[in-house]
Design a protein around this ligand. Sequence first.
Ligand SMILES: Cc1cc2nc3c(=O)[nH]c(=O)nc-3n(C[C@H](O)[C@H](O)[C@H](O)COP(=O)(O)OP(=O)(O)OC[C@H]3O[C@@H](n4cnc5c(N)ncnc54)[C@H](O)[C@@H]3O)c2cc1C
Length: 403
Amino acid sequence: MTNPPATHRTVIVGAGIAGVSAAAALRSSDYEGDIDLLGAEAELPYRRPPVSKEIVRGEKTADEIRIKKQQWYDEQSINLHTGVTVSSIDTEAHVVRLVDGKPLHYDQLLLATGGRARNPWNAPGVRTLRDLSDVPSLQTELTGGHVIIVGAGLIGSEIAASARGLGSEVTLLETASLPLPRLLPPELGELYVELHKSEGTDLHTGVAVSAVEPDGVQTIVRAVDGRTWSAPVVVVAVGMEPNVELAAEAGIDTAPPEQGGGIIVDAHGRTSVPGIYAAGDVANQPNGVLGGRHRVEHWQGAQNHGTAVGKVMAGGDDPFVEVPWCWSDQYGFTLQVAGWPEASHELVVRGSLADRDFVAYLLGDGVVRGVVSIGRPKDVRVARAWIAAGERLDAVLEGGPTT
Ligand SMILES: Cc1cc2nc3c(=O)[nH]c(=O)nc-3n(C[C@H](O)[C@H](O)[C@H](O)COP(=O)(O)OP(=O)(O)OC[C@H]3O[C@@H](n4cnc5c(N)ncnc54)[C@H](O)[C@@H]3O)c2cc1C
């Protein structure tokens, strides 16, 4: 591995976990050049997952979820610039331009720009939750009132659980027939129908929302089939848009939404423009296990991808190959999902779904493609290795599966 010279400058756009991890990996790989880490949020970088959990419930402060303390950036000679948005890239001149017009030269550039909450219905009573700055007003609104949440994916479901914890009446609307439709096969989605119900969340599935608009002091949600719901506040949690505009305007290849969107990278995080890399939620990357491409929106994936790409930028040559893994905390239960669960997969369950203490293996032609669990993190760790190796369940599960 040959390190770039000490006069070299790396600019990282986006100070989320992917950007910070890349900066850390550059330094731990003995990169001696300048590192400028630029983040649009006026915040010392923080861990995003607690935002819909402990932070919105007021159980933790912003300072308790920092990725690193300021001292660490100083010690690592990482020039952290918060509240600084990059508005354009000149790939010929190797310059990024900040919103105030200032140019910043780079020798190599990492785009770790993540994404923003998708919101098709911008209206006064409509909220989204992605950044710490979204929290203060929402926290008050989720406390002891009535809130409608559109979208029962990971974030919408967590907000529902947090709002119930804060004593609010919660109406949760989902287009699919079950909650967590992108994460769980139907049998396990049913579990979350029961969980929401038992915790007092009013879940309605099969709801295609056509409009969210003001209605006096209320905000009304209209469904295509004519049903309506209203509350003072509606939280829209219908996924995220990858922040690709900077790359696209600079002529860097991006993927169309039907292919997952994002900035197209190879297994080393390289974009279509030499010297420019992308990592984390914004990267549309090769799937090193199953083939094809995917864009992952999970914390650990963004962290490990940032680390891997940072090492490449320091002169390393290892491709990034990882089985995706995420968790979600709802009503005191931690769900873990790894791999690529699909509705068509055969489900083999060990433990008890009713007691919410189980591991479920998802098989495609007998091969472990995904794993879902509540309460059995060790089994998930083991199954991730099986997924990576393409193991058949009957070959690795001693004594055969039990239901
Ligand atoms: C509320 C919430 C809860 C979550 N909970 C979980 C969970 O329980 N488990 C799990 O696995 N995952 C969870 N996730 C997903 C996880 O947080 C993300 O996968 C991860 O944060 C992605 O990291 P990233 O660094 O790629 O992008 P981001 O975290 O989006 O960071 C990108 C940063 O780049 C900045 N930026 C963008 N454009 C520019 C620009 N032009 N100039 C300067 N800066 C720019 C943005 O402001 C942002 O700060 C959650 C996400 C959210 C929003």
